[in-house]
Write a protein that binds this ligand. Sequence first.
Ligand SMILES: NC(=O)c1ccc[n+]([C@@H]2O[C@H](COP(=O)([O-])OP(=O)(O)OC[C@H]3O[C@@H](n4cnc5c(N)ncnc54)[C@H](O)[C@@H]3O)[C@@H](O)[C@H]2O)c1
Length: 331
Amino acid sequence: MLKVGLLGAGRIAGVHATAISSNPGSALVAVSDYYPQNAEKLAAQYTCEARTTEEIIADPSIDAVLIATSTDTHSDLIEAATAAGKAVLCEKPVDLSLERARACLAKVGPSGRPVMIGFNRRFDPNFSALKAAANRGEVGKAELLSITSFDPAPPPVAYIKVSGGIFRDMMIHDFDMANFLMGGTPVSVSAAASSIVDPAIGAAGDFDTAVVTLTYADGRIAVIKNSRRAVYGYDQRVELLGSDGLLQAQNMLENTVVKSTTAGVTGAKPTYFFLERYMPAYAAEWAAFVAAVTEGTALPVTLEDGVAALAMAEAATRSAKTGQPVRIADV
Ligand SMILES: NC(=O)c1ccc[n+]([C@@H]2O[C@H](COP(=O)([O-])OP(=O)(O)OC[C@H]3O[C@@H](n4cnc5c(N)ncnc54)[C@H](O)[C@@H]3O)[C@@H](O)[C@H]2O)c1
């Protein structure tokens, strides 16, 4: 039984607390937060201890930590937890700074401690089925990948200001999805971005609407579209065109009822947001982490994967500002 400490007791920590405590191979023993009252509230809900982050990391009876704190703490906590001998699952992104993330990898990599990054979408049953079909060659050789990823509504501007920007905070998931489905990283990143949804997002120095084109050494292309606002719900679709056909993963809908009348054909909206859409993916992500750590097998998502996606976010940020393509080798 893996004894687990949860660092952070905010929005995503609640989701992870459920996954940890419902998995038969793990037990949630302690939770911390910068604000102790947040930790106490979550600890009461899951009948575990509220402790400080430092106490959890120093406790030799705790085998693993799940880092669900604010992004600017991730690299420091990965280093501290691995130095204390813990296995780590850390939320995305690895850091706001690519340089800092690379330093973290350089420090932690040689230790051999397991560190997995929370790219939960790899564990979505729809996207993993698409990947499996692509790997079996069911549509031939992959040529063009399209990823659509729209949030239902923008977050508060206060969140935007500390998020690291749309490419590091939001599109990071899609960069990892592209790496997952294409089986490697692109050579070049081109971005077009604007703040057409909310000018206050632009005034904060960020974008709310963005399109990125990724080009690969062998000629393949991927296109990623992000928006902070899709009024009909969380729009999360993937399409892979290959030499022998097309694979599509569609949205999960609120229900499957389709109404057909003389007025037309209508159906339900996509599920509202990430908590509704990806709950099974978070549970599967945690189960994969527990299995790999307890059996000593390779992690399905690594710290290297986290740094690779962050390098693409850095390249896209530069490209959006200059209007020029940026080579991954140059970031
Ligand atoms: N994978 C996903 O789908 C997904 C979804 C949402 C958020 N996230 C990521 O998860 C992280 C947290 O996001 P959130 O939306 O839950 O934010 P949040 O602000 O709701 O929660 C973060 C919590 O961390 C606490 N904290 C900060 N420093 C700490 C420290 N040193 N020790 C303990 N607690 C500390 C804060 O007080 C806060 O309660 C972010 O990095 C975000 O990018 C991932």
